[in-house]
Design a protein around this ligand. Structure first.
Ligand code: NOJ
Ligand code: CA
Length: 668
């Protein structure tokens, strides 16, 4: 890995001026962040060009059994520097990442006893601004408890907003669009568009040993951090010598620019794993969708999906079609007790599943058998099993594991997104790395760029994924064109696309109701071509082709899924508007792949192939909605066509209602 580093440091030590104001701007001069200390109260402000995006916003904390860290500060020092470097991802949307910013570091000290100290580090990138608090070691303070973080985001207008409601345990929600003033409280990332058309999104980076941040609307258009509590209602148990996660505000003049932002990754620490040779992005299939459809079940018995025979059938299919892995849910004992404490046994297989045989069969075929640990949220039980389970999987030659936390957390009162679970999720990532295991986490903590530091943290759910289409009113036509501009700004999504049997026709009469939801009216709310487009648009380094393998057998469109990579050299968002449409192009080797999708509205998008190499010919294989396709009436009508194209050619993408298009551009 070739890294070059250029750090120009400019030290600006400011004395103890009464009301100091300090600012930095991004390398391109567009994003401007200023810090002020008025009457002892720290605040920041953000502009983009001449547009004020965030007006003066407060900073600070309420602590337990101590005075707040909010006011009566003076500036003891400040320092500015600029940074420019680049680094390579182990895997991802882009191989090479540029990291350029200007930084302002302020050191604050209480004017009156006990003279506690608090530092804040601000950075301005071309694609946004970020800041974090740092608690320096000091004799005035050691261990302490945060009761409330008072960070404000004083948004300068009633911006159009795309959000999911605040929930301390789940991100599996339908995105809503409203004026900012209609928001009560939201999870992050939350995305906005100003009247001028500037896009911004608030989230966090490097969430480590701290509570997840949600946002609640105070008055007008001011959002304030609302940290997810512990069971005892405190927010963060910490000590000096630590830092908070970065509070991030991604900014772009276009919606697509937000999606291309690398700021969150840049704010995370570099890769800590020495050997990454075992980390390999892959597509996978699995024994999974049948359970959600209700054609088979997780628990052993006559309708058990995870039998040895069925697993071998899936491994054979994967081998034949060049699919990297097979996830097998329901392979272990305990599913009959799902929902109870101490239900799952993560080392003992179900009676009709020969674990060793399946693992050996997969290994011999060069297919990854992906393990599955549903914890049911039972953290003490899972932490008890972790070492022995991971060591067993490692000994069987397995390198990937899907985990899940469906249900309330044990100990009761803890939340999925509180500090208790942030600690647990990280423990699992580190433990998995020790055993050379890649992770796909369901019901996870939100993505904050940790994948840079621990590249075995491949993908995660934390989204209303495909499964909701099996047993609920489903994900509407605008869902997949909203996710890239919201949830995906945090990182990869295990959405599990690829349903070909959109109306579940082939499962009709075989489905048995298995939860409170009505299975009779369920379906997927897109065309088939849009499902293919999702393989390019919705990035995941472990990308599941989630339909029943019988629905893929002999299907011409499956060729696209066979061919499409899930690790890229370069990615570009060619067009897009939040919750309306998006077109993404990604390059692997010499070839490009394009995914384009629309909401319920049909549209024709013109695509200039300006990004192709000069003087080269490409064969475009185009998987498109058929002329009469429509997600409501004719979702599975698609066409496959081929044509020769070159740089500068214009392609017309004819997207039908909730439709899409997937294109492979092979360099000839
Ligand atoms: C919810 C997960 O999202 C899903 O993928 C899994 O099949 C079930 N929990 C059971 O673990
Ligand atoms: Ca889930």
């Amino acid at each position: 890995m070739k890294q070059f580093l250029f750090v120009a440091a400019l030290f600006l030590w400011t004395g103890c001026a009464n009301n100091p104001k300090l600012s930095i701007e991004s390398p391109d001069g567009m994003a401007k962040l200023s810090f002020s200390l008025k009457k002892g109260k720290p605040a920041y402000q953000v502009k983009y060009g001449e547009e004020t995006l965030i007006g003066s916003s407060k900073l600070g904390f309420i602590l337990k059994e101590q005075a707040p860290l909010l006011e009566s500060f003076e500036l003891s020092a400040s320092k500015q520097n600029s940074h420019s470097s680049s680094w390579m991802q182990v895997w991802g949307e882009d191989k090479n990442i540029k990291n350029q910013y200007q930084e302002l570091f302020v050191e604050l000290k209480e004017k009156t006893p006990p003279h506690r100290r608090l530092n804040i580090r601000f950075r301005a990138f071309n694609d946004g601004v970020a800041f974090r608090y740092e608690f320096p070691e000091q004799k005035e303070m050691k261990d302490f408890v945060i009761m409330d973080e008072k960070t404000e985001f004083n948004l300068n207008g009633d911006y159009s907003s795309w959000w999911i409601p605040q929930d301390f345990d789940s991100y599996e929600k339908v995105y809503q669009q409203s004026p900012l003033s209609k928001i009560k409280a939201v999870n992050t990332p939350v995305t906005f568009r100003t009247k001028k058309g500037t896009h911004l999104s608030i989230h966090e980076a490097a969430l480590t040993d701290y509570a997840g941040m949600t946002l609640k609307r105070e008055e007008g258009t001011i959002l304030e951090a609302d940290l997810v509590p512990w069971a005892d209602q405190t927010k963060v148990k910490t000590s000096t010598g630590t830092v908070t996660p970065w509070r991030t505000i991604q900014i772009s003049p276009t919606a697509g620019g937000l999606v291309e932002s690398k700021m969150i990754l840049n704010l995370n620490e570099p890769n800590k794993l020495n050997d990454v040779s075992w980390i390999k992005p892959m597509k996978y299939i699995g024994i999974w969708w049948g359970m959600h459809l209700g054609t088979e079940v997780w628990a052993e018995g006559p309708r058990h999906g995870a039998t040895t025979r069925n697993t071998i059938r899936h491994i054979d299919f994967a081998k034949k079609h060049g699919i990297g892995g097979v996830v097998v849910e329901g392979w272990n004992a305990g599913w009959d007790k799902w929902g109870q404490k101490d239900a799952f046994d993560h080392v003992t297989p179900a009676k009709d599943f020969n674990f060793k045989k399946a693992a050996k069969y997969a290994k011999d075929k060069g297919v990854e058998l992906i393990g599955h640990n549903e914890t049911g949220g039972d953290i003490p039980a899972y932490e008890h099993y972790m070492d022995s389970a991971f060591s067993l999987y490692h000994s069987l030659g397995m390198h990937a594991l899907k985990t899940g936390y469906a249900g309330g957390i044990y100990p009761r009162g803890e939340h999925h997104h509180g500090q208790f679970m942030v600690r647990h999720y990280r423990k699992v990532v580190k433990k998995a790395a020790q055993y050379q295991i890649m992770l796909d986490v369901h019901e996870p903590i939100k993505p904050t760029g940790i994948r840079r530091t621990y590249p075995n943290m491949m993908t995660r759910e934390g989204v209303r994924g495909m499964e909701w289409n099996a047993w609920s009113e489903g994900n509407g036509p605008d869902h997949l064109v909203t996710l890239p501009f919201t949830r995906m700004l945090g990182g990869p999504i295990d959405y599990t696309p690829g349903t070909f049997d959109i109306l579940f026709k082939n499962s009709k009469n075989k489905r048995v109701k298995w939860n409170a939801d009505d299975l009779t009216k369920t379906r997927v709310h897109t065309t088939l071509a849009k499902q293919l487009a999702a393989f390019v648009v919705i990035y995941s380094p472990m990308q599941m082709a989630s339909d029943l393998i019988d629905n893929y057998k002999g299907h011409p469109a499956f060729k696209f899924i066979e061919d499409v990579p899930c690790d890229w050299d370069e990615s570009r968002v060619l067009n897009g508007e939040v919750a309306q449409y998006i077109t993404v192009a990604r390059k692997a080797g010499n070839d490009w792949y394009i995914g384009s999708m629309t909401d319920e509205n049909a549209r024709v998008l013109e695509l200039n192939l300006s990004f192709l190499d000069e003087n080269a010919a490409y064969e475009a294989v185009i998987y498109a909605d058929a002329a009469n396709a429509d997600w409501r009436t004719n979702p599975t009508a698609y066409t496959i066509s081929k044509k020769k194209v070159k740089k500068g050619d214009i392609l017309k993408l004819d997207l039908k209602p909730s439709g899409g298009q997937a294109i492979q551009l092979k360099k000839l």
